[in-house]
Design a protein around this ligand. Structure first.
Ligand code: DC
Length: 223
């Protein structure tokens, strides 16, 4: 049986950086489910499909084929056979991903893909509903959060370092807007599983969070 670790939490809590580092230390596969929603969003943008139109998005989901591969701990995602790993990180795709992730049809299209990966491999899977919906029997569930200001500042730094020009205030506002959308959507809203461990990373370094999770996993999982 594979070991499954779920990490959920709001945008910018550091989930992907932390999950990736934990996976490297533990020798697990890191699965970034947000990239799947982002790729569907990118498809809609590239095809001129209005992401606020649920019916239109839903009827086009079947045209999206996603493939995931792993090399050196990095997840690469292919949208209809084209590697879009780098292309899905823009603020435009973030906003569209938040919109499409609220649609039932979109979530259903990704559920079995996410479960299949977790059934085959020891994974650390990050997302919003991994501990509550996708892997309700995960061995360990973590809910990673931080204040909206801290998360906005982190996102700003990340985007600026990639050469993407943004302004801090609008990044913080985007974080708050996405929180609101992710928390209030009808289908699979972001919430902490009742058996998850809460980690607030506002005043913690990445290394501190990684150590905390790795130590916890090592204490819980019998090798
Ligand atoms: O983690 P991220 O920023 O890459 O996620 C992009 C969007 O996808 C975000 O608005 C929330 C959504 N998402 C989701 O609804 N469920 C997941 N398991 C992962 C991401």
């Amino acid at each position: 049986m594979s070991v499954n670790i779920a990490i959920d939490g709001p945008a910018g809590a550091g989930k992907s950086t932390i999950a990736k580092a934990c996976a490297a230390k533990l020798g697990y596969v890191y699965v970034d489910t947000g990239a799947m929603y982002r790729s569907i969003a990118l498809y809609m943008i590239e095809h001129g499909i209005d992401v606020s139109d649920e019916n239109l998005v839903s009827s086009n989901v079947s045209s999206v084929s996603l493939d995931i591969s792993y090399a050196d701990g990095e997840q690469r995602i292919f949208l209809n056979k084209i590697d879009v790993t780098g292309k899905i990180r823009t603020p435009e795709v973030s906003a569209a991903a938040s919109a499409v992730s609220a649609y039932k049809k979109v979530r259903e299209s990704l559920l079995s893909m996410q479960r299949d990966i977790a059934a085959k491999e020891n994974v650390i899977m990050d997302g919003r509903d991994i501990g509550t919906t996708i892997l309700p029997n995960a061995d360990i569930k973590i809910y990673l959060t931080a204040s909206a200001d801290v998360r906005g500042n982190r996102r700003y730094k990340e985007l600026t370092e990639k050469g993407i020009k943004v302004d801090l205030e609008s990044v913080i506002n985007d974080v708050k807007k996405r929180d609101e959308a992710d928390l209030t959507r009808a289908v699979s809203p972001l919430r902490m599983a009742s058996d998850a461990i809460l980690i607030d990373s506002s005043d913690m370094t990445i290394d501190q969070v990684v150590d905390k999770i790795v130590n916890y996993v090592n204490g819980m999982i019998k090798k």
